[in-house]
Design a protein around this ligand. Sequence first.
Ligand SMILES: [Zn+2]
Ligand SMILES: [Zn+2]
Length: 124
Amino acid sequence: MFLTVSEASEMDIKKLWVSPTNGSLSISWSDGHESNYSAFNLRRECPCALCKGEPGVFGKYYEAQDLKVSSGVEPEEIESVGRYGLKIVWSDKHDLGIYTVEYLRGLCECEECDAKRHLVREEK
Ligand SMILES: [Zn+2]
Ligand SMILES: [Zn+2]
């Protein structure tokens, strides 16, 4: 089953919880899917300009900063940003990334989503 654009835009987070033991994040989606993210991976995938780099004034991309993410990083606070995403304040005080719903879904670490991503890559 593949998501169409209209289905994807209606994707919503039904429930979200953070494990008190290791800070990993779990999301239950409106389509019944469940995702688990390790705090470390999620922090490394922070979508902000500082972590991911941004287009420079001369049309080239600035290199993203070398990320020094400590393995014990945990989400300290999670705020919803409108209807479209989450802002995560990390225990290393980084809070610039807005994780959109689509972005989070794309990061899902489960086998099913992983297999789907490989499929998309091979088709291109
Ligand atoms: Zn960042
Ligand atoms: Zn998944």
